[in-house]
Ligand binder design. Structure first.
Ligand code: UD1
Ligand code: CA
Length: 451
Protein backbone atom coordinates (compact mmCIF):
# COMPACT_ATOMS: atom_id res chain seq x y z
CA UNK A 1 0.00 0.00 0.00
CA UNK A 2 1.18 3.52 -0.77
CA UNK A 3 1.60 6.30 1.74
CA UNK A 4 -2.14 6.90 2.07
CA UNK A 5 -3.25 7.36 5.66
CA UNK A 6 -6.08 5.21 6.94
CA UNK A 7 -8.61 5.32 9.77
CA UNK A 8 -10.56 2.14 10.52
CA UNK A 9 -13.88 2.47 12.29
CA UNK A 10 -15.02 -0.76 13.90
CA UNK A 11 -18.72 -0.90 14.76
CA UNK A 12 -19.36 -2.93 17.87
CA UNK A 13 -22.28 -1.29 19.64
CA UNK A 14 -24.78 -4.02 18.78
CA UNK A 15 -26.74 -5.53 21.65
CA UNK A 16 -25.68 -9.05 20.81
CA UNK A 17 -28.71 -10.43 22.66
CA UNK A 18 -28.71 -13.69 20.70
CA UNK A 19 -25.35 -14.55 22.21
CA UNK A 20 -27.17 -14.91 25.56
CA UNK A 21 -24.14 -13.67 27.44
CA UNK A 22 -23.12 -11.29 30.17
CA UNK A 23 -20.22 -10.21 28.00
CA UNK A 24 -20.39 -7.94 24.99
CA UNK A 25 -20.70 -10.04 21.82
CA UNK A 26 -17.42 -8.87 20.31
CA UNK A 27 -15.50 -10.12 23.35
CA UNK A 28 -16.38 -13.71 22.52
CA UNK A 29 -13.39 -15.54 21.18
CA UNK A 30 -12.38 -17.25 17.97
CA UNK A 31 -9.17 -19.26 18.31
CA UNK A 32 -8.73 -17.80 21.78
CA UNK A 33 -8.82 -14.17 20.64
CA UNK A 34 -11.84 -11.85 21.04
CA UNK A 35 -13.63 -11.26 17.74
CA UNK A 36 -13.01 -7.53 17.89
CA UNK A 37 -9.27 -8.12 18.26
CA UNK A 38 -9.30 -10.22 15.07
CA UNK A 39 -10.91 -7.31 13.25
CA UNK A 40 -8.46 -4.80 14.71
CA UNK A 41 -5.52 -6.99 13.70
CA UNK A 42 -6.81 -7.18 10.14
CA UNK A 43 -7.19 -3.38 10.10
CA UNK A 44 -3.65 -2.91 11.36
CA UNK A 45 -2.26 -5.41 8.86
CA UNK A 46 -4.03 -3.54 6.04
CA UNK A 47 -2.18 -0.38 7.02
CA UNK A 48 -4.62 1.48 9.29
CA UNK A 49 -2.72 3.96 11.38
CA UNK A 50 -5.71 4.71 13.61
CA UNK A 51 -8.55 2.55 14.85
CA UNK A 52 -11.82 3.92 16.25
CA UNK A 53 -13.95 1.43 18.16
CA UNK A 54 -17.63 2.24 18.50
CA UNK A 55 -19.08 0.40 21.48
CA UNK A 56 -22.30 0.36 23.42
CA UNK A 57 -21.07 -1.37 26.56
CA UNK A 58 -17.92 -2.85 28.13
CA UNK A 59 -15.97 0.03 26.57
CA UNK A 60 -12.92 -0.42 28.80
CA UNK A 61 -12.68 -4.16 28.27
CA UNK A 62 -13.16 -3.86 24.51
CA UNK A 63 -10.45 -1.21 24.33
CA UNK A 64 -8.16 -3.31 26.52
CA UNK A 65 -8.41 -6.38 24.29
CA UNK A 66 -7.85 -4.31 21.13
CA UNK A 67 -4.92 -2.22 22.37
CA UNK A 68 -2.19 -4.88 22.24
CA UNK A 69 -2.87 -5.39 18.53
CA UNK A 70 -2.48 -1.89 17.16
CA UNK A 71 -0.77 1.27 18.29
CA UNK A 72 -3.56 3.78 18.08
CA UNK A 73 -7.01 2.78 19.37
CA UNK A 74 -9.70 5.14 20.65
CA UNK A 75 -13.08 3.99 21.90
CA UNK A 76 -16.30 5.92 21.28
CA UNK A 77 -19.55 5.24 23.04
CA UNK A 78 -22.70 5.11 20.93
CA UNK A 79 -25.30 5.80 23.60
CA UNK A 80 -28.37 5.08 21.52
CA UNK A 81 -28.41 2.48 18.82
CA UNK A 82 -29.85 4.44 15.91
CA UNK A 83 -28.26 2.65 12.96
CA UNK A 84 -24.94 2.01 11.28
CA UNK A 85 -24.49 5.58 9.98
CA UNK A 86 -25.25 6.95 13.43
CA UNK A 87 -22.68 4.50 14.83
CA UNK A 88 -20.01 5.69 12.41
CA UNK A 89 -20.71 9.28 13.40
CA UNK A 90 -20.18 8.39 17.04
CA UNK A 91 -16.53 8.45 15.96
CA UNK A 92 -16.92 11.88 14.39
CA UNK A 93 -13.92 13.25 16.28
CA UNK A 94 -11.74 10.62 14.66
CA UNK A 95 -13.20 11.35 11.23
CA UNK A 96 -12.51 15.07 11.63
CA UNK A 97 -8.80 14.34 11.76
CA UNK A 98 -7.74 14.01 8.14
CA UNK A 99 -7.31 10.52 6.66
CA UNK A 100 -7.09 9.53 3.01
CA UNK A 101 -9.01 6.29 3.52
CA UNK A 102 -11.70 5.43 6.02
CA UNK A 103 -12.61 1.79 6.45
CA UNK A 104 -15.84 0.81 8.16
CA UNK A 105 -15.82 -2.69 9.62
CA UNK A 106 -18.10 -4.67 11.91
CA UNK A 107 -16.66 -5.98 15.17
CA UNK A 108 -18.56 -9.24 14.83
CA UNK A 109 -16.95 -10.38 11.55
CA UNK A 110 -13.80 -12.05 12.87
CA UNK A 111 -12.85 -13.70 9.57
CA UNK A 112 -12.23 -10.52 7.65
CA UNK A 113 -8.79 -10.61 6.04
CA UNK A 114 -6.20 -7.90 5.53
CA UNK A 115 -6.43 -8.60 1.77
CA UNK A 116 -10.15 -7.76 1.80
CA UNK A 117 -9.42 -4.43 3.44
CA UNK A 118 -6.53 -3.75 1.09
CA UNK A 119 -8.87 -4.38 -1.88
CA UNK A 120 -11.34 -1.82 -0.51
CA UNK A 121 -8.56 0.73 -0.01
CA UNK A 122 -7.28 0.00 -3.51
CA UNK A 123 -10.65 1.06 -4.95
CA UNK A 124 -10.28 4.42 -3.20
CA UNK A 125 -6.75 4.89 -4.46
CA UNK A 126 -8.14 4.30 -7.96
CA UNK A 127 -10.51 7.23 -7.53
CA UNK A 128 -13.69 5.95 -5.92
CA UNK A 129 -15.31 8.00 -3.13
CA UNK A 130 -17.08 4.93 -1.77
CA UNK A 131 -16.25 1.23 -2.21
CA UNK A 132 -18.64 -1.43 -0.97
CA UNK A 133 -17.52 -5.02 -0.50
CA UNK A 134 -20.27 -7.39 -1.61
CA UNK A 135 -20.78 -11.12 -1.80
CA UNK A 136 -23.08 -13.44 -3.72
CA UNK A 137 -25.51 -15.73 -1.93
CA UNK A 138 -28.51 -17.83 -2.83
CA UNK A 139 -30.11 -16.82 0.48
CA UNK A 140 -29.89 -13.04 0.47
CA UNK A 141 -32.64 -12.61 3.05
CA UNK A 142 -31.76 -9.98 5.63
CA UNK A 143 -28.87 -8.41 3.73
CA UNK A 144 -28.74 -5.07 2.00
CA UNK A 145 -29.01 -5.68 -1.77
CA UNK A 146 -26.53 -3.99 -4.07
CA UNK A 147 -28.46 -2.20 -6.79
CA UNK A 148 -26.42 -1.84 -9.94
CA UNK A 149 -27.19 0.00 -13.17
CA UNK A 150 -24.98 -0.60 -16.19
CA UNK A 151 -22.45 -2.35 -13.97
CA UNK A 152 -22.32 0.64 -11.59
CA UNK A 153 -23.38 0.50 -7.95
CA UNK A 154 -26.12 3.11 -7.53
CA UNK A 155 -27.82 2.22 -4.26
CA UNK A 156 -28.14 -0.33 -1.46
CA UNK A 157 -31.59 -1.46 -0.41
CA UNK A 158 -32.14 -2.95 3.04
CA UNK A 159 -34.39 -6.02 3.29
CA UNK A 160 -37.29 -4.18 4.89
CA UNK A 161 -37.29 -1.45 2.27
CA UNK A 162 -36.77 -3.68 -0.78
CA UNK A 163 -39.36 -4.24 -3.50
CA UNK A 164 -40.23 -7.75 -4.65
CA UNK A 165 -37.85 -7.45 -7.59
CA UNK A 166 -35.03 -5.99 -5.50
CA UNK A 167 -35.36 -8.91 -3.09
CA UNK A 168 -34.38 -11.26 -5.93
CA UNK A 169 -30.91 -9.69 -6.12
CA UNK A 170 -28.22 -12.05 -4.82
CA UNK A 171 -25.35 -9.57 -4.69
CA UNK A 172 -25.34 -8.33 -1.08
CA UNK A 173 -23.64 -5.78 1.10
CA UNK A 174 -21.03 -7.49 3.28
CA UNK A 175 -20.93 -4.50 5.60
CA UNK A 176 -17.31 -3.71 4.82
CA UNK A 177 -16.97 -0.31 3.20
CA UNK A 178 -14.25 2.16 2.29
CA UNK A 179 -14.96 5.90 2.17
CA UNK A 180 -12.66 8.64 0.90
CA UNK A 181 -11.74 10.68 3.95
CA UNK A 182 -12.15 14.02 2.20
CA UNK A 183 -15.88 13.39 1.57
CA UNK A 184 -16.76 11.25 4.57
CA UNK A 185 -18.21 13.81 6.99
CA UNK A 186 -20.22 15.63 4.34
CA UNK A 187 -21.74 12.35 3.10
CA UNK A 188 -22.37 10.83 6.54
CA UNK A 189 -24.11 13.98 7.75
CA UNK A 190 -26.44 13.85 4.77
CA UNK A 191 -27.87 10.48 5.81
CA UNK A 192 -31.40 10.56 7.23
CA UNK A 193 -33.64 7.96 8.84
CA UNK A 194 -36.67 8.03 6.59
CA UNK A 195 -36.97 4.27 6.03
CA UNK A 196 -38.85 1.18 7.19
CA UNK A 197 -36.74 0.82 10.34
CA UNK A 198 -36.41 4.51 11.13
CA UNK A 199 -32.62 4.00 11.38
CA UNK A 200 -29.70 5.95 9.99
CA UNK A 201 -28.47 3.49 7.37
CA UNK A 202 -24.80 3.72 6.43
CA UNK A 203 -25.82 2.09 3.17
CA UNK A 204 -27.56 5.31 2.08
CA UNK A 205 -24.10 6.75 1.53
CA UNK A 206 -24.03 5.08 -1.87
CA UNK A 207 -26.96 7.01 -3.36
CA UNK A 208 -25.78 10.24 -1.71
CA UNK A 209 -22.29 9.91 -3.17
CA UNK A 210 -23.81 9.21 -6.57
CA UNK A 211 -25.97 12.31 -6.34
CA UNK A 212 -22.81 14.34 -5.73
CA UNK A 213 -21.33 12.84 -8.88
CA UNK A 214 -18.68 10.82 -7.04
CA UNK A 215 -17.52 7.45 -8.23
CA UNK A 216 -18.93 4.51 -6.26
CA UNK A 217 -17.88 0.90 -6.79
CA UNK A 218 -18.81 -2.56 -5.53
CA UNK A 219 -16.12 -5.22 -5.26
CA UNK A 220 -16.70 -8.88 -4.57
CA UNK A 221 -15.21 -10.69 -1.58
CA UNK A 222 -15.78 -14.16 -0.13
CA UNK A 223 -18.87 -14.53 2.05
CA UNK A 224 -16.65 -16.04 4.74
CA UNK A 225 -14.77 -12.78 5.13
CA UNK A 226 -17.88 -10.90 6.21
CA UNK A 227 -19.58 -13.72 8.07
CA UNK A 228 -21.34 -11.99 10.98
CA UNK A 229 -21.57 -13.80 14.30
CA UNK A 230 -24.83 -13.43 16.20
CA UNK A 231 -25.06 -16.54 18.35
CA UNK A 232 -22.88 -19.37 19.62
CA UNK A 233 -23.74 -21.62 16.70
CA UNK A 234 -22.31 -19.07 14.30
CA UNK A 235 -19.39 -18.56 16.67
CA UNK A 236 -18.59 -22.26 16.33
CA UNK A 237 -18.90 -21.99 12.55
CA UNK A 238 -16.43 -19.10 12.50
CA UNK A 239 -14.08 -21.12 14.70
CA UNK A 240 -14.29 -24.05 12.28
CA UNK A 241 -13.52 -21.84 9.29
CA UNK A 242 -10.63 -20.18 11.14
CA UNK A 243 -9.19 -23.56 12.11
CA UNK A 244 -9.48 -24.85 8.53
CA UNK A 245 -7.72 -21.77 7.16
CA UNK A 246 -4.97 -22.08 9.74
CA UNK A 247 -4.36 -25.79 9.16
CA UNK A 248 -4.04 -25.00 5.49
CA UNK A 249 -1.56 -22.19 6.15
CA UNK A 250 0.50 -24.36 8.54
CA UNK A 251 0.82 -27.14 5.99
CA UNK A 252 1.68 -24.73 3.18
CA UNK A 253 4.37 -23.34 5.50
CA UNK A 254 5.99 -26.76 5.96
CA UNK A 255 4.32 -28.31 9.01
CA UNK A 256 3.13 -31.92 8.68
CA UNK A 257 -0.29 -32.52 10.19
CA UNK A 258 -0.97 -36.24 10.24
CA UNK A 259 -4.71 -35.80 10.71
CA UNK A 260 -5.28 -32.08 10.15
CA UNK A 261 -8.91 -31.82 11.24
CA UNK A 262 -8.08 -33.18 14.70
CA UNK A 263 -5.57 -30.45 15.56
CA UNK A 264 -6.69 -27.26 17.29
CA UNK A 265 -4.68 -24.05 16.98
CA UNK A 266 -4.78 -20.69 18.72
CA UNK A 267 -4.64 -17.36 16.96
CA UNK A 268 -0.93 -16.97 17.76
CA UNK A 269 0.37 -20.54 17.41
CA UNK A 270 3.75 -20.50 15.67
CA UNK A 271 5.29 -23.72 14.35
CA UNK A 272 8.55 -24.17 12.45
CA UNK A 273 9.21 -26.07 9.28
CA UNK A 274 9.44 -29.88 9.29
CA UNK A 275 7.64 -30.21 12.58
CA UNK A 276 5.29 -33.18 12.76
CA UNK A 277 2.00 -32.95 14.61
CA UNK A 278 0.23 -36.23 15.25
CA UNK A 279 -3.58 -36.43 15.67
CA UNK A 280 -5.56 -34.80 18.49
CA UNK A 281 -3.17 -32.13 19.63
CA UNK A 282 -4.47 -28.88 21.20
CA UNK A 283 -2.47 -25.65 21.05
CA UNK A 284 -3.62 -23.08 23.61
CA UNK A 285 -2.47 -19.47 23.40
CA UNK A 286 1.15 -18.29 23.32
CA UNK A 287 2.83 -21.39 21.92
CA UNK A 288 5.96 -21.24 19.84
CA UNK A 289 7.37 -24.46 18.39
CA UNK A 290 10.68 -24.73 16.57
CA UNK A 291 11.71 -26.76 13.56
CA UNK A 292 11.71 -30.54 13.24
CA UNK A 293 9.86 -31.00 16.49
CA UNK A 294 7.75 -34.14 16.93
CA UNK A 295 4.48 -33.64 18.77
CA UNK A 296 2.83 -36.96 19.38
CA UNK A 297 -0.88 -37.65 19.71
CA UNK A 298 -3.12 -36.22 22.44
CA UNK A 299 -0.74 -33.57 23.71
CA UNK A 300 -2.05 -30.32 25.21
CA UNK A 301 0.28 -27.34 24.91
CA UNK A 302 -0.19 -23.74 26.08
CA UNK A 303 2.12 -20.86 26.87
CA UNK A 304 5.12 -23.01 25.95
CA UNK A 305 8.28 -22.40 23.95
CA UNK A 306 9.80 -25.45 22.31
CA UNK A 307 13.13 -25.40 20.49
CA UNK A 308 14.20 -27.40 17.44
CA UNK A 309 14.11 -31.20 17.31
CA UNK A 310 12.39 -31.57 20.67
CA UNK A 311 9.91 -34.40 21.22
CA UNK A 312 6.62 -34.08 23.03
CA UNK A 313 4.06 -36.71 23.98
CA UNK A 314 2.08 -38.77 23.35
CA UNK A 315 -0.25 -37.49 26.10
CA UNK A 316 2.04 -34.71 27.30
CA UNK A 317 0.88 -31.51 28.89
CA UNK A 318 2.97 -28.36 28.56
CA UNK A 319 1.61 -25.51 30.64
CA UNK A 320 2.48 -21.80 30.67
CA UNK A 321 6.15 -21.13 31.14
CA UNK A 322 7.28 -24.53 29.88
CA UNK A 323 10.49 -24.12 27.90
CA UNK A 324 12.11 -26.98 26.06
CA UNK A 325 15.62 -26.54 24.68
CA UNK A 326 16.88 -28.28 21.52
CA UNK A 327 16.31 -32.03 21.47
CA UNK A 328 14.64 -32.06 24.87
CA UNK A 329 12.06 -34.79 25.42
CA UNK A 330 8.83 -34.73 27.40
CA UNK A 331 7.09 -38.05 27.09
CA UNK A 332 3.80 -39.69 27.97
CA UNK A 333 1.73 -38.51 30.93
CA UNK A 334 4.19 -35.81 31.87
CA UNK A 335 3.21 -32.29 32.91
CA UNK A 336 5.63 -29.38 32.72
CA UNK A 337 4.85 -25.92 34.13
CA UNK A 338 7.05 -22.81 34.39
CA UNK A 339 10.17 -24.90 33.93
CA UNK A 340 13.05 -25.09 31.55
CA UNK A 341 14.13 -28.47 30.24
CA UNK A 342 17.72 -28.19 29.01
CA UNK A 343 19.17 -29.37 25.75
CA UNK A 344 18.78 -33.10 25.24
CA UNK A 345 17.29 -33.59 28.72
CA UNK A 346 14.61 -36.25 29.10
CA UNK A 347 11.44 -36.28 31.14
CA UNK A 348 9.89 -39.32 29.64
CA UNK A 349 7.26 -40.95 31.79
CA UNK A 350 4.53 -40.04 34.32
CA UNK A 351 6.27 -37.02 35.76
CA UNK A 352 5.39 -33.56 37.07
CA UNK A 353 7.95 -30.81 36.65
CA UNK A 354 6.89 -27.43 38.04
CA UNK A 355 8.96 -24.32 38.84
CA UNK A 356 12.14 -26.12 37.90
CA UNK A 357 15.27 -25.87 35.85
CA UNK A 358 16.70 -29.08 34.40
CA UNK A 359 20.20 -28.95 32.97
CA UNK A 360 21.30 -30.30 29.62
CA UNK A 361 21.36 -34.08 29.11
CA UNK A 362 19.84 -34.82 32.52
CA UNK A 363 17.48 -37.76 32.77
CA UNK A 364 14.44 -37.63 34.99
CA UNK A 365 13.12 -41.06 35.88
CA UNK A 366 9.53 -42.23 35.63
CA UNK A 367 7.14 -40.95 38.27
CA UNK A 368 9.37 -38.15 39.49
CA UNK A 369 7.50 -35.26 41.06
CA UNK A 370 8.66 -31.76 41.95
CA UNK A 371 6.85 -31.01 45.21
CA UNK A 372 6.78 -27.30 44.43
CA UNK A 373 3.83 -26.13 46.51
CA UNK A 374 3.39 -26.18 50.27
CA UNK A 375 -0.14 -24.83 50.19
CA UNK A 376 1.07 -21.23 50.48
CA UNK A 377 4.00 -20.58 48.19
CA UNK A 378 5.73 -22.10 45.17
CA UNK A 379 9.36 -23.22 45.48
CA UNK A 380 11.99 -23.93 42.86
CA UNK A 381 13.84 -27.09 41.98
CA UNK A 382 17.21 -26.69 40.27
CA UNK A 383 18.83 -29.65 38.59
CA UNK A 384 22.26 -29.30 36.98
CA UNK A 385 23.60 -30.84 33.81
CA UNK A 386 24.10 -34.59 33.37
CA UNK A 387 22.08 -35.47 36.45
CA UNK A 388 20.35 -38.83 36.75
CA UNK A 389 17.20 -38.80 38.87
CA UNK A 390 16.01 -42.32 39.61
CA UNK A 391 12.46 -43.50 39.22
CA UNK A 392 9.76 -42.31 41.61
CA UNK A 393 11.70 -39.53 43.23
CA UNK A 394 10.03 -36.72 45.14
CA UNK A 395 11.93 -33.46 44.90
CA UNK A 396 10.78 -31.39 47.87
CA UNK A 397 11.44 -27.82 46.77
CA UNK A 398 13.34 -25.65 47.29
CA UNK A 399 16.07 -28.12 46.39
CA UNK A 400 19.15 -28.09 44.19
CA UNK A 401 20.95 -31.04 42.61
CA UNK A 402 24.47 -30.32 41.40
CA UNK A 403 25.77 -31.36 37.98
CA UNK A 404 26.64 -34.99 37.45
CA UNK A 405 24.82 -36.13 40.60
CA UNK A 406 22.93 -39.38 40.84
CA UNK A 407 19.71 -39.70 42.84
CA UNK A 408 18.69 -43.18 43.89
CA UNK A 409 15.29 -44.52 42.92
CA UNK A 410 12.45 -43.78 45.31
CA UNK A 411 14.23 -40.96 47.08
CA UNK A 412 12.41 -38.19 48.87
CA UNK A 413 14.91 -35.35 48.53
CA UNK A 414 14.60 -32.62 51.11
CA UNK A 415 18.21 -31.44 51.04
CA UNK A 416 20.51 -30.22 48.29
CA UNK A 417 22.75 -32.73 46.52
CA UNK A 418 26.32 -31.67 45.66
CA UNK A 419 27.60 -32.20 42.13
CA UNK A 420 28.77 -35.76 41.30
CA UNK A 421 27.33 -37.09 44.60
CA UNK A 422 25.05 -40.10 44.97
CA UNK A 423 21.99 -39.23 47.04
CA UNK A 424 19.92 -41.96 48.65
CA UNK A 425 16.96 -40.68 50.60
CA UNK A 426 14.75 -43.61 51.45
CA UNK A 427 14.30 -46.28 54.11
CA UNK A 428 16.88 -49.07 54.01
CA UNK A 429 15.73 -52.52 52.92
CA UNK A 430 15.61 -55.23 55.61
CA UNK A 431 15.17 -58.96 54.77
CA UNK A 432 14.00 -61.19 57.65
CA UNK A 433 14.65 -64.86 56.96
CA UNK A 434 11.60 -67.13 57.09
CA UNK A 435 9.30 -64.40 58.31
CA UNK A 436 7.30 -64.32 55.06
CA UNK A 437 6.25 -67.92 55.50
CA UNK A 438 5.25 -67.38 59.14
CA UNK A 439 3.15 -64.39 58.19
CA UNK A 440 1.38 -66.30 55.39
CA UNK A 441 0.49 -69.21 57.71
CA UNK A 442 -0.92 -66.87 60.33
CA UNK A 443 -3.07 -65.03 57.79
CA UNK A 444 -4.39 -68.28 56.35
CA UNK A 445 -5.36 -69.52 59.83
CA UNK A 446 -7.24 -66.29 60.54
CA UNK A 447 -9.17 -66.65 57.30
CA UNK A 448 -10.22 -70.26 58.10
CA UNK A 449 -11.42 -69.27 61.58
CA UNK A 450 -13.76 -66.67 60.06
CA UNK A 451 -15.40 -69.03 57.49
C1 UD1 B 1 -26.03 -4.34 7.87
C2 UD1 B 1 -26.18 -3.53 6.58
C3 UD1 B 1 -26.60 -4.47 5.45
C4 UD1 B 1 -25.59 -5.58 5.30
C5 UD1 B 1 -25.39 -6.30 6.63
C6 UD1 B 1 -24.24 -7.28 6.51
C7 UD1 B 1 -26.87 -1.28 7.16
C8 UD1 B 1 -27.99 -0.34 7.29
N1 UD1 B 1 -27.16 -2.50 6.77
O1 UD1 B 1 -27.32 -4.81 8.18
O2 UD1 B 1 -26.71 -3.76 4.23
O3 UD1 B 1 -26.02 -6.50 4.29
O4 UD1 B 1 -25.07 -5.38 7.68
O5 UD1 B 1 -24.16 -8.05 7.66
O6 UD1 B 1 -25.75 -0.89 7.40
N2 UD1 B 1 -24.13 -1.29 14.89
C9 UD1 B 1 -23.79 -0.34 15.81
N3 UD1 B 1 -24.68 0.62 16.14
C10 UD1 B 1 -25.91 0.71 15.57
C11 UD1 B 1 -26.25 -0.28 14.62
C12 UD1 B 1 -25.35 -1.26 14.30
O7 UD1 B 1 -22.67 -0.38 16.37
O8 UD1 B 1 -26.64 1.61 15.91
C13 UD1 B 1 -23.16 -2.33 14.54
C14 UD1 B 1 -23.57 -3.71 15.00
O9 UD1 B 1 -22.98 -4.01 16.24
C15 UD1 B 1 -22.99 -4.60 13.91
C16 UD1 B 1 -23.01 -3.72 12.68
O10 UD1 B 1 -23.09 -2.40 13.14
O11 UD1 B 1 -21.65 -4.95 14.18
C17 UD1 B 1 -24.15 -4.05 11.74
O12 UD1 B 1 -25.38 -3.82 12.38
P1 UD1 B 1 -26.60 -4.78 12.16
O13 UD1 B 1 -27.73 -4.26 12.91
O14 UD1 B 1 -26.20 -6.18 12.34
O15 UD1 B 1 -26.88 -4.51 10.60
P2 UD1 B 1 -27.73 -5.41 9.62
O16 UD1 B 1 -29.15 -5.09 9.80
O17 UD1 B 1 -27.31 -6.81 9.71
CA1 CA C 1 -26.07 -8.18 11.10
Amino acid sequence: MTERSCLSIVLAAGEGTRMKSDRSKVLHEVAGLPMVAHVVRAAAAAGSDRVALVVGRDAETVEAVATPHTANVTTYLQKERLGTAHAVLAAQEAIEEPADDILVLFGDTPLVRPDDLAAARMALSEGAAVAVMGFYTENPFGYGRLIEEDGQLVDIREEKDASFLEKQIQFCNGGLMAIAGEHALELLRGIGNDNAKGEYYLTDIVALARAEGYEVVAREIAFESVLGINNRVELAEAEAIWQRRTRHRMMVDGVTLMQPASVHFSWDTAIGQDTLVEPNVVFGPAVSIGRSVTIRAFSHIEGATVADSAEIGPFARLRPGAELADKAKVGNFCEVKKSRIGEGAKVNHLTYIGDAEIGARSNIGAGTVTCNYDGYAKHRTTIGEDVFVGTHTSLVAPVTIGPGAYVATGSVLTEDVPGDALAIARGRQVNKDGRGKILRERLQAQKQQKS
